[in-house]
Design a protein around this ligand. Structure first.
Ligand code: ZN
Length: 181
């Protein structure tokens, strides 16, 4: 038997059901299309190791750079799109940070122990600083680009608004048959 109180509860429950969704604004409704399956995870440690060696994060075989610091738009080996990276000035920043923490303590140590002339400092630290910067820039940039790839940052995420087409005049490399990663 249905009492008035029961009827009220029943009416409220019915009101909280799917009927409410029709009352919502279109932008608040859940999309009708099923959500895309989640993308498979990418290994950050592997990507960093490949990046430190200047290798493609996807296959670990193709060269990441087409010249000293220029990232190839596509991996020459597997065709992975690499032009989505946004390394910008982060690699120089990391290089300066790292080299500064190596050179400055050494400089202070030598000064405290030997008290050399200024020209000795110049001869020692200027070439060392230059050499360290030139040696560390490519691996640090490689690690950063590959980290962005592994974390699907910027255009490396297929659903990202930052995703752009290839640069002008760049012909895509035909992807070799490999498992999708
Ligand atoms: Zn590759």
């Amino acid at each position: 038997m249905t009492t008035p109180a029961t009827m009220t509860v029943t009416t409220k429950l019915a009101g909280s059901g799917p009927g409410d969704a029709r009352d919502r604004a279109p932008q608040d409704r859940a999309p009708q299309d099923p959500p895309a399956p989640p993308l498979p995870p990418r290994s950050v440690p592997d990507a960093l190791l490949y990046g430190a060696r200047g290798l493609c994060p996807a296959c670990g075989a193709g060269r990441l750079f087409s010249s000293y610091l220029k990232v190839s738009p596509y991996c020459p080996d597997c065709g992975e799109e690499l032009y989505h990276h946004r390394a910008d000035d982060a690699p120089p920043y990391a290089t300066i940070l790292l080299v500064g923490h190596i050179v400055v303590p050494l400089m202070v140590l030598v000064e405290e122990i030997y008290r050399p002339e200024v020209w000795v400092h110049l001869v020692l630290w200027l070439p060392l600083t230059l050499a360290l910067c030139l040696c560390l820039l490519p691996p640090l940039k490689g690690m950063l680009v590959n980290l962005q790839w592994a974390l699907r940052m910027h255009g490396f995420d297929p659903g990202s608004a930052e995703r752009e087409g290839p640069p002008d005049g760049v012909v895509p490399v035909v992807r070799a048959v490999r498992p999708i990663r």
